[in-house]
Design a protein around this ligand. Structure first.
Ligand code: BJW
Ligand code: ZN
Length: 292
């Protein structure tokens, strides 16, 4: 029978110190302490809907008004939120100068499923504190963060053949969505916003959508991600239920070619019994210790 994963922090730090190609695969739990609801745990409901069922192409086809209200609501939360100690621990670890005291001569890339941009904001803040530029090519082999499911602060055009994608950090994203987040709480019926009043493409006028990755769509940076996974000798799995592919199988792939896996989660998660290390607890407490 297989022994359970170790929770020995000193042994983990030993492995970390001799690792050369480190990746972290993060999920919604990374941002819990920033007040961002997760998908599948408590708080995984928006109004009466299951958050996972709204993050789909089918939901957007059926009701762009409802799905835009869901994303507007999440954008407003995220724009007001601040990165937490777990984001900051990963951000600091992204700087070669910091990492050299912990895992000398290593590379590190954070692969996040989160669309909240908090890791990017944490990295920018760390760059200021450390007086060092954000790690990026050509000095680093990769940008420090790959946001594989896109960004809430980007929108893209749904018109066939347009392909336009642009940043939009307006609050609200368009006038018609303003205030809709409070409506249902006030017991008002869900408004049905006409298509022409939802966000539109400035190039062709087509209906815009959040530039995030829904089920059946190909995640961003997928080729770079698989290359990193092939090279990785250590994979940190942070705050994800590991239910959604391809993110869920990245740690397994690292393990299959002999790399180590360390899971940081408040709860048990899928296939964590196959990990080498399992640190149960809030990642905003365990990660600063593990990477400090
Ligand atoms: C804490 C904590 C604290 C709390 N500290 N921890 C069979 C049938 C149909 C489809 C498929 C199938 N098998 C595979 C598929 C494909 C499908 C899939 O995986 N489906 C499964 C559900 C079965 N995947 C896709 O379609 C993907 N694309 C794809 O596969 O393309 C083909 C391809 C082929 C080859 C190569 C590459 C690609 C796309 C998936 C897109 C997922 N999109 C969403 C929405 C994004 C936009 C948005 O945010 O709205 O991504 S769904 C949602 O789930 C979101 C998340 O990023 C993702 C993962 O969720 P996450 O982050 O794990 O959150 P939770 O809530 O599940 O877990 C939180 C965890 O945190 C919990 O464990 C807590 O315990 C923990 N936690 N507080 C530490 N303080
Ligand atoms: Zn367009």
């Amino acid at each position: 029978s297989q022994s359970l994963p170790s929770n020995d922090m000193a042994a983990f730090k030993d492995v970390l110190s001799s690792s050369k190609h480190i990746i972290a695969v993060a999920g919604a739990g990374l941002s819990s302490a920033s007040g961002i609801p997760t998908f599948r745990g408590a708080g995984g409901l928006w109004r009466k809907y299951d958050a996972v069922s709204l993050a789909t192409t089918a939901a957007f086809r059926d009701s762009p008004s409802r799905v835009w209200q869901f994303y507007h609501y999440r954008r407003e939360i995220v724009f007001k939120a601040q990165p937490n100690a777990a984001h900051d621990a990963l951000a600091h670890f992204s700087f070669p100068g910091v990492r050299d005291a912990i895992a000398p001569g290593s590379t590190f890339t954070l692969i996040t499923q989160n669309v909240d941009g908090l890791s990017r904001r944490s990295l920018a803040r760390a760059a200021e504190v450390l007086h060092q530029p954000v790690p990026a090519p050509p000095d680093a082999p990769q940008p420090a963060i790959l946001e594989m499911h896109g960004r809430l602060s980007d929108v893209s055009c749904t018109a066939y053949g347009c392909g336009n994608r642009w940043p939009n950090t307006d609050s609200p994203v368009c006038p018609a969505l303003g205030g809709t987040e409070a409506l249902l709480e006030a017991g008002v019926r869900e408004p049905d916003i006409p298509l022409e009043d939802l966000p539109r493409c400035p190039k062709c006028g087509g209906l815009a959508r959040p530039a995030v990755v829904w089920f059946g769509e190909i995640p961003f940076h997928i080729d770079e991600i698989f290359e990193l996974v092939d090279k990785a000798d250590l994979c940190l799995v942070v705050g994800t239920s590991s239910m959604v592919h391809p993110a869920a199988k990245l740690a397994t792939k690292v393990r299959e070619h002999g790399g180590k896996v360390a899971v940081f989660n408040v709860d048990r998660s899928k296939r964590d019994d196959q990990a080498d290390f399992l640190f149960l607890g809030p990642c905003e407490e365990t990660l600063p210790e593990a990477l400090g």
